[in-house]
Design a protein around this ligand. Structure first.
Ligand code: ADP
Length: 401
């Protein structure tokens, strides 16, 4: 698909460049031709005016006439009655050719020679004045040769440049396409596992149709868990798809960031107690932020949830916030297992999990931090991670207020 797209881009580019080149060269040729015609006509008019009726060549035009011009005068019956001394032997044939032409001025080719002519009506006949082409057609033909040579080289150059540009233009599309493919494959893979579990549990239930619901409770509970897992996954996928499409309008409002940070951990209290985790808070009072409150809460929940999942028993989690240079600096730090330095860059990738089996047990599909990053960007903020394996991690968020 991309090869065809590249070929199409190159062909379109090249066609456009060829059309522009053609237009430029045809324009230049037409202009040079036009100038040569005007110049020759003006010389012919000067010569024509300098010759009296049936006159011999006047001295001031002798030079011009002798070098590259001549004339033939015909009476009203078309009989040649006068010829300038320097006329070529074929002047009669040339005169016939000229009379056949309707236009009073123009150029004719005779014996591979290009002659400009001007017909002037006299009282008792017609005078035909000729000017041998002063290198105009030679200039035109060499101009055509040069144009063709330059055009050829330009087309080759344009081809090379078009290929390079097409490659560059397609690179981000190629990458995005690859990511999209991987995203679909990962999403399908994530949905396959709970579906398989659901199927197995359902088969067990259906194998014993006479049993009561209470006897099948274990299998039904398993199915409920998998359905919940799938719902969360589908919600996350939908969120990311909408964020990619930028289809959601951010409902911006002014809310108390200080209050939110103080209360965001409340739903986690039972879990904190269960794991004997200590929660510390250092939150500046009275800080208000403009943003979508529910999204900021979702972001903090993701970070807090990750901190709790990745901190062993008796560890500590610290939530802090202060304002500096009109920006809120929020950090969520834990004394957990930490993140290996080579993985830090990848944890924001969709479906990326450090320990696949462990995080699946904990219910994560590797989408939490991707969603977090989207929310941060939506609010024109930044997110940074500092982590040391075995010591803990700190996620820092900075938002304009
Ligand atoms: P999930 O939704 O599965 O938790 P995330 O996108 O939130 O996935 O996180 C990606 C990976 O980053 C996870 O595999 C997790 O192990 C790791 N991670 C996230 N937060 C922390 C943390 N505070 N400490 C250690 N590892 C973390």
């Amino acid at each position: 698909m991309f090869r065809w797209l590249k070929v199409k881009l190159v062909v379109i580019n090249l066609t456009l460049i060829c059309m522009v080149l053609l237009l430029v060269f045809v324009g230049i040729n037409w202009y040079v031709n036009q100038r040569a015609a005007e110049r020759s006509l003006s010389i012919l008019q000067t010569i024509s005016q300098s010759i009296g009726p049936f006159d011999t060549v006047s001295p001031q035009n002798e030079r011009v006439l002798r070098s590259n011009s001549f004339y033939v005068t015909l009476d009203t019956h078309g009989q040649i009655i006068e010829v300038s001394p320097n006329a070529p032997p074929a002047y009669a044939a040339i005169a016939v050719l000229t009379l056949e032409r309707g236009e009073n001025a123009g150029n004719i080719a005779y014996n591979q020679e290009n002659l400009w002519y001007l017909k002037t009506s006299l009282d008792n006949g017609t005078r035909l004045v000729y000017l041998q082409d002063e290198g105009g057609s030679a200039l035109l033909s060499s101009l055509t040769d040069v144009s063709l040579a330059i055009g050829g080289v330009s087309v080759l150059l344009a081809l090379a440049v078009s290929i390079v540009l097409a490659n560059r233009a397609l690179h981000p599309i190629h990458r995005a396409w690859g990511k999209q493919q991987a995203f679909v494959a990962d999403a399908s893979h994530e949905l396959r596992t709970p579906l398989a579990v659901l199927n197995t549990n359902l088969e067990v239930v259906m194998d014993s149709p006479s049993e009561r619901v209470v006897d099948q409770f274990q299998w039904l509970t398993n199915m409920k868990q998998e359905i919940t897992r799938m719902s969360v996954l589908v919600e996350s996928l939908l969120f990311l798809a909408r964020a990619d499409a930028k289809s959601d309008v951010l409902q911006v409002e002014l809310f108390s960031l200080s209050d939110m940070l103080r209360t965001v951990s409340l739903p986690f209290v039972p879990l904190l107690a269960e794991k004997c985790l200590r929660l510390e808070q250092s939150i500046q009072q009275g800080v208000k932020m403009k943003g979508m409150e529910s999204r900021i809460r979702q972001l903090l929940v993701i970070l807090l949830d990750n901190a709790m999942k990745n901190t062993p028993r008796n560890g500590q989690i610290r939530i802090s916030m202060h304002v500096q240079n009109d920006r809120a600096h929020i950090s969520i730090a834990d004394t957990g297992i930490g993140i290996p330095p080579e993985q830090i860059k990848r944890i924001f990738e969709r479906f990326y999990r450090i320990d696949q089996s462990r995080t699946r047990e904990q219910g994560g599909a590797g989408l939490g931090l991707s969603i977090a990053e989207c929310i941060v960007h939506e609010h024109k903020g930044t997110i940074h991670v500092q982590s040391e394996p075995g010591k803990g991690s700190t996620f820092t968020l900075i938002f304009p207020l």
